[in-house]
Design a protein around this ligand. Structure first.
Ligand SMILES: [Zn+2]
Length: 211
């Protein structure tokens, strides 16, 4: 049943159909009208904004980006909270970077080039990555007949899958990635000579900076 209002006829050219009104609302820099939504209008019209956590301390950042200082602070806090483990020779990676060390020599070279001591680097113990095991059931799930199971597959295929998984389990790591533990690395992995060189390089650099 239609209401009386819905069934009433309004002609296109009648006064009732439409009228000119004055609207008040927020308009962004590009001229888009946002009604009462001041925030959205400002968001669309601006290029930069202040940091929401420390507006007076941190630099401004692009409107659709994030505050890098806050990001760094939160990453540093994460590193500080990490469990620490004495380094036992595993590959290492500098926290939040792609700088890996697979032997002491490369770590020593890095320290020399950057004038830092090993203990000053934020190093993570790396975890090994192995190939995932092959799941024959999942691989064949769509072709196994209703009510059937993987034992309907030819025995040679099942044996080959077992052999593949055995090889995977017995394999060496394929790659390494930063784990959840910070590595405690002693400066004594360097020789006294190496340490002295780094310290000398550093004081020379400090001297230049202070001029
Ligand atoms: Zn910030």
């Amino acid at each position: 049943m239609q209401s009386e209002q819905n069934s009433k006829i309004i002609m296109m050219d009648s006064l009732e159909a439409a009228s000119i009104q004055t609207l008040t609302g927020w308009v962004d820099r590009q001229g888009r009208f946002w009604g009462n939504d001041e925030y959205q209008a400002r968001w669309c019209g601006a290029t930069h904004r202040k940091c929401k956590n420390k507006p007076d301390e941190h630099p401004i950042h692009v409107i659709n980006g994030y505050c890098e200082e806050c990001h760094n602070e939160s990453r540093q806090a994460k590193f500080v909270e990490m469990e620490r483990a004495l380094w036992a020779g595993e590959p290492l990676v500098i926290f939040d970077s792609d700088q890996y060390f697979f032997d002491i020599e490369s770590l020593a070279d890095y320290c020399w080039e950057n004038s830092v001591l090993p203990g000053e680097l934020q190093l993570l113990v790396c975890e090994p990555n192995y190939p995932p095991e092959f799941d024959i059931e999942q691989h064949c799930e769509e072709i196994i007949p209703d009510g059937g199971d993987i034992y309907d597959l030819p025995q040679q295929i099942l044996d080959a899958a077992d052999a593949l998984n055995k090889a995977i389990r017995e394999s060496e790591p394929v790659s390494w990635c930063g784990g959840e533990k910070a590595a405690i690395v002693s400066d004594d992995i360097l020789t006294d000579e190496q340490k002295a060189e780094i310290t000398a390089k550093r004081s020379a650099k400090d001297g230049v900076n202070h001029e």
